[in-house]
Design a protein around this ligand. Structure first.
Ligand SMILES: Nc1ncnc2c1ncn2[C@@H]1O[C@H](COP(=O)(O)OP(=O)(O)OP(=O)(O)O)[C@@H](O)[C@H]1O
Ligand SMILES: [Mg+2]
Length: 334
């Protein structure tokens, strides 16, 4: 079986002068791509490096592959960017690991994903969506529960989320909102800030998807509001500890597990995903967002979690591939 690997390298994505400082945060390093390629070849399958963007288009037309292992984040800043590679593969009839184009778009649109989750009874923090600065004066903020976090509506890797992103009152909103609208060129969410444990959950497989693990991200310093912000993710070795399995009450873990699997199903995810929650002090898990294309580099949350549970990186990559192959088993040459 020839496996294509689709990815967007940081060094391959052009920036312009308007790009924010964290514009490349979601893209991968060569080291990550090589690690994944090594995990895939370990089973004896040749791996074809397809890259991303225009390079991917040229390579996928030229090379014959049986399936594509996709980690490409897509180009630009639209809410459908993660769908670019799966949409092309679907058009060409080539199998692909992970979720389809539709799911990737819905999940990157955080407000839309939250609406669908809430409709299924999953608790999610209250929010308001701001598309332009005038929206700020149209909203009845007196009913909104502060403190709130202000964040871009279609981002990942904590792009646009800093230690300064929590605002305590409506008076502090305009400055933060207009900064994000200008820098990230997309709508901004003002979301109820949930104080309490930060927990992320890994899910692998289909029919049924299984809970791979649950991990609490524990700040080393306990002062102020903890945010797993860009600054913290970049300096995670000094600023947080990863606790897996998390030391939470069994009933809280059970609630988190149920909510994770439900959200995976409701949003139509496939093969694997990572779901982020904040758990309020009374033990209610609040769904923040789901990542159907979670990072797979050595120090990504899902990989850290898997390692703590005794998996190798290779084992994790192969589990994702196997989940995809099972979906396609009648038509993929193994
Ligand atoms: N409503 C909220 N209440 C409390 N903390 C929040 C809230 N929203 C975001 N955060 C904090 O900010 C972090 C990043 O937010 P979020 O998961 O929405 O961003 P992301 O960029 O999609 O992250 P990822 O790296 O998982 O793709 C969360 O892990 C959490 O620590
Ligand atoms: Mg997150």
């Amino acid at each position: 079986m020839r496996i294509g690997l689709a990815y967007d390298l940081k060094i391959a994505v052009p920036l312009d002068e308007a790009s924010p400082e964290d514009a490349l945060e979601e893209y991968d390093s060569r080291e990550t791509v090589e690690l994944i390629a090594a995990a895939l070849t370990a089973d004896g399958h040749p791996v074809v490096m397809l890259g991303g963007g225009g390079e991917f288009l040229e390579n996928i037309r030229r090379e014959r592959v049986d399936i594509v292992f996709n980690i490409a984040e897509g180009r630009g800043n639209s809410r459908s960017r993660e769908s670019q590679v799966p949409a092309v593969l679907e058009m060409l009839g080539i199998p692909c690991t992970g979720s389809d184009a539709h799911c990737l778009t819905v999940c990157l649109d955080k407000p839309l994903a939250k609406k669908l989750a809430a409709a299924e009874g999953i608790a999610t923090p209250q929010w308001q969506l701001i598309t332009d600065e005038e929206d700020l004066s149209r909203i009845a903020w007196e009913q909104f529960p502060f403190p709130a976090i202000v964040k871009p509506a279609y981002e990942g890797s904590s792009k646009g989320i800093r230690l300064t992103s929590v605002v305590d009152n409506v008076g502090s909103l305009p400055a933060e909102v207009s900064h994000l609208l200008g820098a990230y060129r997309q709508p901004v969410m003002v979301e109820e800030f949930i104080t309490g444990d930060e927990v992320t959950v890994g899910i692998i497989g289909n029919a049924p998807p299984l809970l791979a693990g649950m991990m609490r991200i524990v700040p080393r310093k306990r002062d102020g509001h903890f945010i797993y912000s860009l600054e913290v993710k970049r300096d995670y070795l000094n600023l947080v500890d990863y606790e897996c399995p998390p030391q939470l009450a069994d009933e809280v873990k059970e609630r988190i597990a149920l909510a994770s699997l439900k959200v995976f199903k409701v949003l139509g995810c496939r093969d694997f995903a990572r779901v982020d929650f904040r758990v309020s002090p009374d033990g209610v898990p609040y769904f923040l967002e789901i990542n159907p294309l979670p990072g797979l580099g050595s120090y990504s949350d899902l990989v850290i979690m898997a390692r703590k549970l005794g998996w190798t990186h290779q084992g994790l990559i192969q589990a994702v591939l196997e989940a995809a192959l099972k979906r396609y088993s009648p038509c993929v040459a193994v």
